[in-house]
Design a protein around this ligand. Structure first.
Ligand SMILES: [Zn+2]
Length: 56
């Protein structure tokens, strides 16, 4: 796998999120992280005091 930004070499990096362990791709050249679950988690976390969005 190669970085979409700089075509550098990417390695898998182990991430732990509480009890979940996932692996993301990290570019050794520019440090870009590729992990769809990170974006997914950020989208799922609502701001404080905000109700969770209900998808139709
Ligand atoms: Zn890169």
């Amino acid at each position: 796998m190669h970085c979409s930004k700089c075509k550098g070499l990417m390695v898998q990096e182990r991430l732990s999120d509480y009890f979940l362990v996932c692996y993301a791709w990290k570019c050794l050249n520019c440090g870009a992280m590729v992990d769809p679950t990170i974006k997914e988690n950020q989208r799922k976390q609502p701001p404080a005091n905000a109700p969770e969005p209900i998808s139709p």
